[in-house]
Design a binder for this molecule. Structure first.
Ligand code: 13P
Length: 340
């Protein structure tokens, strides 16, 4: 298969109306933090047990078109020798992988962070692809403060994100481009709007300079929200409206899909806001969906508690949240559905 048709078929498998992505790609420190909340020690065995639980959820493929895995999971198999990645494939879920190596402070940029991981990326990607990954994810983070993000921070981050995306496409892997504007802070929704617009402009400018084919990538943005310590709140209509206006101003119509991250919203908020976005999207050119980690997994971790006897209940919880978010993609979610 040519690179072009590989990219095309992965996009066709990922961008499906009523389906979204499960982000299960927490780095070792992040998964340790999530497990600590339920008093489970993070070991290779506990991480395998948990991620096997996620991927073997009966019927998950009805609502989830792709899963983002962490490098370790790509090499893990069940006790009877089946690779975890194979379980995803058998569920009709496309396996992908997080390929960035986290953030470091960007010198002379007032505390802005920059994401690293470009060195040796092409070799790593070839290896992941051989193991069965068909898409990749790279996350940039932008903090809002009186001084951040700086223009330098935005430019430097956009450049690495675009280089990553170009390398992915040259090897036939669909890049998920994730510029996350963090929820931390006491900023207003108007401020988040302005920053998110500036960030996405810098990203699409860099993608253009690096000749990334927009038809074969997905955008994973944060929604436009007030900071979590902001004294002002915003209604779901306001969040949806501002998010849509911002996206229309920044994201070319050639991009096939936009899969939001949840970013610290509660599971219910993330579902409700996605539903409003879809009901208000009109004839938006992109499919608007989800790529949630916490908003899908938080209730699952709570139900699991690290105990084998809770696996079925935890899987029921994941199935339910995936189903509710699928409804939100269709604009047919209602709060009553939470009680079913
Ligand atoms: P959250 O949905 O928890 O924000 O995570 C999404 C993600 O993949 C962050 O990189």
């Amino acid at each position: 298969m040519s690179i072009q048709s590989e990219l095309q078929s992965t996009i066709a498998d990922l961008v499906v109306k009523g389906k979204g992505l499960l982000a299960a790609d927490e780095s070792q420190p992040t998964i340790a933090k999530r497990f600590k909340e339920i008093k489970v020690e993070s070991t290779e065995t506990s991480r395998l047990a948990y991620r096997q639980l996620l991927l073997t959820t009966p019927g998950l493929g009805e609502f989830i078109s792709g899963v983002i895995l962490f490098e370790e999971t790509l090499g893990q198999s069940t006790a009877d020798g089946k690779p975890l990645l194979q379980i995803a494939v058998e569920q009709g879920i496309v396996p992908g992988i997080k390929v960035d190596k986290g953030t470091v402070s960007l010198a002379n940029a007032c505390g802005d962070l920059v994401t690293q991981g470009l060195d040796g990326l092409a070799d790593r990607l070839s290896d992941y692809k051989e193991k069965g990954a068909r898409f990749a994810k790279w996350r940039n983070v932008y903090t809002i403060s009186a001084h951040n993000p700086t223009q330098l921070g935005m430019d430097a981050n956009a450049e690495v994100l675009a280089r990553y995306a170009a390398i992915c496409q040259s090897l036939g892997l669909v890049p998920i481009v994730e510029p996350e504007v963090l929820l931390d802070g006491d900023h207003t929704i108007a401020c988040c709007f302005e920053v998110t617009e500036a960030v996405q402009h810098s990203v699409f400018h860099a993608l253009h300079r690096h000749r990334v084919q927009l038809e074969y990538m997905l955008l994973k943005p944060s929604m436009v929200l007030p900071g979590k310590d902001s004294p002002s709140t915003a209604s779901p209509e306001e969040i949806a409206e501002m998010t849509l206006v911002q996206l229309r101003r920044s994201v070319p119509a050639a991009v096939p899909g936009i899969n939001f991250l949840s970013g610290g919203q509660t599971p219910e908020e993330a579902t409700r806001n996605l539903n409003y976005i879809n009901t208000m999207a009109g004839n938006a050119p992109w499919l608007l969906s989800f790529s949630y980690a916490r908003a899908l997994q938080q209730p699952v971790l709570q139900a699991w508690q690290g105990k084998p006897e809770n696996i079925a209940a935890a899987q029921d919880t994941l199935y339910k949240r995936a189903k509710l978010n699928s409804a939100a993609c269709l604009g047919s979610y209602t709060a009553e559905m939470e009680k079913e």
